[in-house]
Design a protein around this ligand. Structure first.
Ligand SMILES: Cc1cc2nc3c(=O)[nH]c(=O)nc-3n(C[C@H](O)[C@H](O)[C@H](O)COP(=O)(O)OP(=O)(O)OC[C@H]3O[C@@H](n4cnc5c(N)ncnc54)[C@H](O)[C@@H]3O)c2cc1C
Length: 351
């Protein structure tokens, strides 16, 4: 079996740490001590615990999370390999349905999986030929195989078509921010293959739990969300997302603010009574602001965008979020998202 690296999640080239430092804690990604790919993994984990200020301070952060079973964080980096000389990838797909496997005209297989999928394969003793590549991209995820991994310099990969960087900068509107953290798009000939092997990872901020509850219903995806169980919301505060219809109605807005104050005070009182965070959170409403790191391949994003971005039946908040995603994905992969873009321009160009 011969294995070759085709693509893996790369940084969004429009993210500039110097500019981000003024905007949010996003710049802490570059405080990570590993590869950019593992820095995304650590950042996703630290979003969950509201500890991004500690990026890069614990060398074993990723391996500790993996050991305790908090493994969603290692689903945000996708690696695509070409396999020649064996039909084994067909069996791999049967063993783990979270990978994508297609066959090229020359008979070789193209296999995409996130670092969790590849870890699962290694633990089953399969795909071990890929270990040096996997280890070079994510040494902490594969720390248990360090002795056999060797030291590989990753090959330079063929360049993708240039993208308009202004579209890929964090998109901020009405308190919501959508940031593309990274993406991968193997240079495969046909649009269908690229739909299955391309993927993108976003950070969504300034959105409500009502919005993320809809988002996480999409099952072919990976999520890392700020925890209401581990984060003490009486420290550092928490905010409510106010729907525009409520904001436009002074009496409704005043009532919402009143209810919100009551809940905030009650949360703090419960904490002072010694009630655990995991129980005090029972009074948090759907309006509670949250943030979440989300990864899907282009096929899953495509389905999501049809339901949530270009359909007028979609709820206003997730639709606004989906439309920012569509703008960026269309810039990266115009052929994959051409039809969504056409409908978006036709139906929502007035916005
Ligand atoms: C306007 C709107 C209103 C909604 N209202 C409600 C509501 O009132 N109550 C409610 O509970 N939900 C509601 N939903 C959520 C909706 O039912 C889905 O749960 C959500 O949109 C996720 O989409 P999905 O199930 O199509 O696909 P995803 O989970 O995104 O999966 C993508 C695709 O994979 C396939 N797939 C994934 N898992 C399976 C499986 N187990 N079996 C077979 N095929 C699978 C399907 O082809 C699916 O389309 C609403 C959604 C919208 C857009």
């Amino acid at each position: 079996m011969h294995i070759e690296l085709l693509a893996y999640t790369r940084p969004n080239p429009a993210l500039d740490p110097a500019h981000l430092a003024d905007v949010s804690d996003l710049a802490t990604i570059w405080n990570g001590q590993s590869t950019y790919q593992e820095n995304i993994i650590e950042f996703a984990g630290r979003v969950c615990y509201r500890s991004t200020h500690r990026m890069g301070t614990a060398a074993n952060f990723i391996s500790a999370r993996v050991r305790e079973g908090h493994e969603d964080i290692i689903e945000h980096i996708v690696i695509t390999l070409r396999v020649r000389g064996s039909d084994a990838p067909l069996r791999w797909r049967m063993l783990n349905r979270h990978c994508e496997v297609t066959q090229d005209a020359d008979g070789s297989w193209v296999v995409s999986g996130n670092t969790r999928v590849w870890l699962d394969f290694l633990r089953r003793g399969i795909g071990t030929e890929a270990l040096p590549i996997l280890y070079a991209i994510a040494p902490n995820v594969y720390a248990e195989y360090a002795a056999d991994a060797g030291a590989l310099s990753l090959p330079a990969l063929a360049e993708e078509a240039p993208v308009d960087l202004s579209v890929l900068r964090p998109a901020e509107r009405d308190g919501m921010r959508v940031t593309l953290l990274g993406y991968t798009q193997p240079l495969l000939g046909d649009t269908e293959s690229r739909t299955h092997h391309g993927s993108a990872t976003f950070l969504f901020e300034g959105i409500s739990r009502a919005c993320t509850h809809q988002l996480v219903r999409h099952r072919l995806a990976s999520f890392s969300q700020e925890s209401q169980r581990y984060v003490d919301l009486s420290k550092g505060g928490w905010s409510a997302i106010v729907p525009p219809a409520v904001a436009a109605h002074p009496e409704a807005e005043a009532r919402l603010a009143e209810a919100w104050d009551y809940l905030q005070n009650t949360y703090r009182d419960l904490r002072e009574m010694g009630i655990r965070k995991e129980d005090a959170r029972f009074l948090l409403p759907n309006a509670a602001e949250t943030r979440i790191v989300t990864t899907m391949n282009f096929a899953a994003w495509s389905h999501f965008l049809w339901l949530r971005a270009v359909d007028k039946a979609a709820q206003w908040e997730i639709r606004a979020m989906g439309q920012r995603v569509l703008e960026m994905l269309h810039a990266i992969a115009p052929d994959v998202f051409a039809e969504h873009w056409r409908v978006y321009e036709e139906q929502f160009s007035e916005q």
